[in-house]
Design a protein around this ligand. Structure first.
Ligand code: HEM
Length: 297
């Protein structure tokens, strides 16, 4: 009899321990212990369960395998762009730019693989390994928090849309051939701008939605005043975090491919601050024209 009571108590405690987690994942096993209402006014429970169980993982896997495969094929068929390293060098990234970029880069080198481990937690056997990755993911977010706002302000002016962007998009940046025709772009091209907006504004949303999921049990009167319950907020955050995660992952891999493989030697610019003159003349022709007018080259 005594054993029966002990077992029942253990069962009840285990259920309580899982309740907060199961609530976000749409599987309310017991009446909600955090005092959230079960379904929430947005009725996201079913949607969340469906997305989480059927779509998020295959999409992440598709991005993870598809993007590098596409670039591998591009590298084999078209190959890297190679610019002369014998001409002048143009100073484009200040020390401040490079320091902020390095902090962001370190944070992403940690954020991306740990995020992937969390998405495929069951593949990695759950448990301690996934838990440690979750902690690293949270800690490396702090590095990103430090870098994202300075990055947003230091490059925003040069990232504003221009008519060059449409022309750049129409020829896909000239990356489908190896001709050295001048490409319409200012200091940054449309592809770089896309990455900038996803990693800054998108990154800030990732930070906020990530924090909501990390801290879970907190109350903001402002959220309640919008008619959102805590469970609505958690599910909505998880959905947004995953969807933005697809874009960040895809564009991060693109960014690495462009910087390290597609434009030979491009990575040196973010280390030394200098770009090859021929690279600027071809890939950022409007910027180069302006530099010439200002007698800076
Ligand atoms: C981790 C490895 C990374 C490498 C090797 C890398 C490399 C580079 C290089 C070479 C450039 C200069 C590109 C050019 O103008 O030709 C650059 C610029 C830039 N990087 Fe990174 N980066 C990395 C990570 C990141 C991260 C994590 C972020 C943001 C969170 C980021 C955001 C940017 C932005 C917004 C620019 C300016 C626009 C652009 O060139 O795309 N980078 N990076």
């Amino acid at each position: 009899m005594k054993l029966k009571y002990i077992l029942l108590t253990l069962l009840a405690l285990t259920s309580l321990a899982f309740a907060s987690e199961s609530a976000i994942y749409g599987k309310e096993l017991i009446p909600n212990i955090l005092g959230y209402d079960k379904e929430g006014s947005l009725h996201l429970g079913q949607w969340f369960t469906l997305l989480q169980s059927k779509y998020f993982k295959p999409i992440f896997l598709g991005v993870l395998l598809g993007v590098p495969t596409a670039f591998f094929i591009h590298y084999l068929i078209i190959g890297p762009m190679i610019f002369s390293h014998d001409r002048k060098k143009i100073y484009v990234f200040s020390v401040f730019h490079r320091v902020i970029h390095t902090i962001a880069a370190i944070s992403f080198i940690l954020l991306i693989p740990t995020g992937v481990v969390m998405v495929f937690g069951d593949f990695f056997g759950g448990g301690e390994f996934v838990r440690v990755n979750k902690e690293i993911h949270a800690i490396s977010t702090l590095l990103f928090v430090i870098s994202v706002v300075p990055m947003l302000f230091m490059w925003l002016k040069d990232m504003l849309p221009t008519s060059d962007d449409i022309k750049w998009l129409m020829i896909l940046g000239g990356y489908l051939n190896k001709r050295k025709d001048p490409i319409p772009a200012g200091r940054f091209n449309a592809g770089q701008k896309m990455w900038f907006y996803v990693c800054t504004f998108g990154g800030i949303i990732m930070i906020l939605t990530g924090a909501i999921m990390f801290f879970q049990d907190f109350k903001f009167d402002f959220i309640a005043s919008l008619g959102l319950s805590q469970i609505d907020l958690l599910r909505l955050s998880a959905i947004i975090h995953n969807i933005l995660g697809f874009a960040v992952l895809a564009l991060f891999m693109t960014h690495i491919y462009m910087s390290v493989f597609a434009i030979k030697g491009a990575i040196h610019s973010i280390i030394s601050g200098y770009k090859e003159e021929e690279e600027v003349e071809i890939l950022h022709s409007s910027f180069y024209k302006k530099l010439k007018e200002d007698k800076k080259v």
